[in-house]
Ligand binder design. Structure first.
Ligand code: F6R
Length: 607
């Protein structure tokens, strides 16, 4: 989604701001812009890639030590140059970039228009810069403060004024802003990846806070004017994660990083002598967790499918009643939140607006709210009472891959932790832990199949539709496999519970409609084979994912991909990998922009 970067320091701002924008590209955007302060402030905006903006800036060579820049993902108004940020006031003195949505913008705009302000764009954002213009009486920070008090909705903003040539003002409510501080410069961004090249010291702004940045200095207060003292913390290593190395795309690099991601998820968290997981982040709530009888998981997209898997895992390993809910639907359901209800928010980015809204709703209702988050220091991580970091490393490709396998690993550890405090035996706990430790090596084996999967993709990538089927633990993997294919290759794909196929989707099957069947040799295998037979009887092509040595499918279907054998509940960690590779290769063969699929954003910060 939209990205912000701001700079006030002693170097020329333009290179630092453009570098920041390039590092934010992975979030998804459709236009970009930059403003740099000088005696005549410089403003440039462009539709399309950041490279287009860079071309213009290279021609103009604007000078200046302070500036702001933005990548926009359109919400209000089409992706045009006039709608791109920064927006400016009537006098072209104030420049502003914004992430989020101003809900009462129409009423504010009507009022500002009546007062004679001239609007140039169709955006909700532009009202902010005119409100600040209205409130300005020589003090920029107070003007921003005053303007924001009138605003309903969400914002992360950065503002500069030509009359304050060393100053950047940033503020947030519901949309992240992080400050990066070094000896002679201060930066701000919506995402640490834009700062990591320049500083190792960061400060996270909280909701309803405003900060004033100058070269190497910052001060924070609340929007209602209370001073805030917050020192900088060390930034986790992200710079290395931003390099693609020899891989042609981040998505492929991240698929190949899964063995390490699972190792990192397990590191220090396995206690063999007790057959249990050790999750430091949950220690403070362990008592409440072991009393809990009801678990509600809230999440979106791929994280939602991890949550669906967790429902099976918790039901198998514990006696908890588990519901997995789409975060965007959570507030519309009347779920019974009792004293012993735990709500677990799962999110790679830790910034997904729907998930955040769901967890705030759960908190309001008195649930114990926990998080499983990848990005350290993100809003969801900070707003949950306790939780676990997945430590998958930075995920740049828009399609989630390594964060999904990390999530599955940690969800299993969580279920094990709860299960072992109840009926689950030591033997069973230990069997799962041993199995988990096998997973990284087994994923390495599966990754060797990448070329074979590419050949398969070449045969099938022109299909218009795909069906993915699986049962029990493999059902969420069918959904995830279908999501991966559609989001990166734009092939329509449906994930279905294998048993549900005959209740409708089977009508679609014909020789041009392939099915990917998840059929490891497990307790559901025979039933999945029956479903495969039903497809074959209607001349539907079938690609089966099964376990090494399971010969039954080879004589039945034309295409079989074999993954190593592990404990049944752990097989999703393996079967998902060929599906990720298949989606990736289909997308490349179809010429799609794999790391930045059209219309998608890495961090979905609007509801
Ligand atoms: C799919 C994908 C999205 C995200 C979803 C939730 O590959 O990446 O579906 O899973 O937007 O994002 P997080 O996990 O950051 O809350």
């Amino acid at each position: 989604m939209c990205g912000i970067v701001a700079y006030s320091g002693r170097q020329q701002a333009r290179g630092i701001l453009l570098d920041g924008l390039r590092r934010l590209e992975y979030r998804g955007y459709d236009s970009s812009g930059i403003a740099i302060l000088n005696s005549t402030p410089y403003l440039a905006r462009a539709v399309g890639k950041v490279a287009e903006l860079e071309r213009r800036v290279a021609q103009d060579e604007p000078q200046g030590l302070v500036g702001i820049a933005h990548t926009r993902w359109a919400t209000h108004g089409k992706p045009t140059e006039l709608n791109a940020h920064p927006h400016t006031d009537c006098q072209r003195q104030i420049f502003l970039v914004h992430n989020g949505i101003i809900e009462n913008y129409q009423a504010l705009k009507n009022r500002l228009l009546a007062a004679g302000h001239q609007f140039r764009s169709e955006t909700d954002t532009e009202v902010l810069v005119h409100l600040i213009e209205n409130a300005y009486n020589g003090h920029l920070e107070s003007a921003v403060q005053k303007a924001l008090l009138e605003v309903q909705g969400t914002f992360g903003i950065a503002v500069v004024h030509a009359a304050h040539p060393a100053e950047v003002i940033v503020a947030r409510r519901g949309s992240p802003i992080v400050l990066g501080i070094s000896a002679d410069a201060s930066l701000a961004a919506s995402d640490v990846s834009a700062l990591a090249q320049h500083t190792t010291q960061v400060v996270y702004l909280e909701d309803n806070e405003i900060a004033r940045l100058g070269p190497g200095e910052y001060s924070i207060k609340t929007l209602d004017n209370r001073a805030v003292s917050r020192s900088a913390t060390a930034l986790e290593r992200v710079a290395g994660d931003l390099e693609r190395g020899d891989f042609p795309h981040y998505m492929l690099k991240e698929i190949f990083e899964q063995p390490e991601a699972v190792e990192n998820a397990l590191r220090g968290r396995v206690n063999h002598s007790e057959g249990v997981a050790k999750l430091g982040g949950l220690e403070s709530v362990l008592d409440r967790l072991s009393q809990a009888r009801h678990l509600i998981i809230v999440s979106c997209g791929t994280s939602y499918y991890a949550g669906l898997f967790a429902r099976y895992a918790f039901e198998t390993l514990t006696d908890m009643t588990v519901e997995t809910e789409l975060a965007s639907e959570f507030r519309y359901r009347k779920l019974n939140i009792r004293q012993n209800t735990v709500v677990l928010a799962i999110s790679q980015s830790g910034e997904t607006a729907d998930t955040l809204a769901a967890l705030r709703e759960a908190k309001r209702k008195g649930a114990l709210v926990l998080g499983l988050v990848n990005v350290v220091g993100s809003t969801i991580a900070r707003e949950t009472l306790a939780g676990v970091y997945s430590h998958a490393g930075m995920e740049v490709g828009v399609a989630s891959t390594k964060s999904f396998t990390s999530q599955l690993t940690i969800l299993l550890l969580m279920a094990l932790l709860v299960g072992r405090s109840r009926d689950l035996s030591y033997e069973e706990g230990e069997r799962i832990l041993r199995g988990l430790e096998e997973v990284p090596g087994q994923i390495r084996e599966i990754l060797k199949l990448s070329d074979a999967v590419r050949e398969l993709a070449a045969r099938f990538c022109q299909a218009s539709h795909f069906l993915y089927i699986g049962r029990k633990y493999q059902y969420p993997i069918a959904l995830e496999g279908a999501l991966k294919l559609k989001e990166v290759s734009y092939i329509h794909a449906e994930g279905y519970a294998a048993g549900e196929m005959k209740h409708g989707p089977i009508a679609l099957i014909d020789p041009s409609f392939p099915t990917v069947a998840l059929a490891p040799a497990d307790g559901s295998f025979d039933k999945v084979v029956s479903n495969i037979q039903e497809i074959l009887a209607r001349s539907g092509p079938v690609i089966a994912i099964t376990t090494v040595g399971n010969t039954r499918l080879a004589s039945l279907v034309n295409h079989v991909i074999e993954v190593p054998h592990n404990v049944e509940i752990l097989m999703p960690l393996l079967t998902v990998v060929p599906l990720q590779l298949f989606a990736y290769h289909c997308a490349v063969l179809r010429g799609c922009d794999v790391d930045k699929p059209r219309n998608l954003a890495k961090s979905v910060t609007v509801e």
